[in-house]
Design a protein around this ligand. Sequence first.
Ligand code: C5P
Length: 243
Amino acid sequence: MINEKIKEKIVLALDVETFEEAKNLVDELSPYVGTFKVGLQLYTGFGNEIIDYIKNKNSNFFLDVKLMDIPNTVKKASENIVLRGANFYNVHALGGLEMMKQSKEGALKAAEKIGKRPPIILAVTVLTSISQEVLNDEIEINKEVKTLAITLAKLAKKAGLDGVVASVHELGAIKKACGANFKVLCPGIRPSWSLKDDQKRIATPKNAIENGADYLVIGRAVTAAENRVEAMKKIYEEIGEVI
Ligand code: C5P
């Protein structure tokens, strides 16, 4: 029996090069995965095919395309994303309050039109690829990364968005600033038995859930495992101890 409470929290990153690989992951893992995440690579390559495939399996999908443009354009794109059936999508909080508000307005309008529950809209605060030096010296924003991330999370909340994408290390500070109901989706998840890859600020699935993560992005810890179903089952066991 699949534990639905765990399943709902699992977001699998479909970071692969071909439609065939993505399809295999969906086939193999849909019993364990609440939401499949389609990012820019897959979307620009095989967006329509993979979205239809995920929807035919009755799984949720997260369109991870990090919208940022003028408010009206983001509103219209958000409408289309919801009409396409996305259960989650995201925007850059750096696009500003009005852009985020318009995104939500577009999403609500489209959800109503098709009689669907509104999607969960998450904001990206500061990309993890932006270091303190890059922020200060290249982009000339003289703030600490963490301070800026919290400011942007609060702005996303003010715009009415559902939450943010953040590492387990920032989880506590964000929940403290924005409240326990403000959702946090955490990438950088690595069970103790898996490789770190290029992720630096990692946490185990158990640790993330214990610290209040609402959703976990599971990527290579499962997709690169020799036996993917076994790897997923191990993650379920681990989370099961604390949920
Ligand atoms: O677990 P793994 O490192 O393979 O997961 C990588 C996934 O998490 C990618 O889809 C990446 O976009 C996403 N992600 C991340 N770090 C962030 C935000 C998202 O690795 N800060």
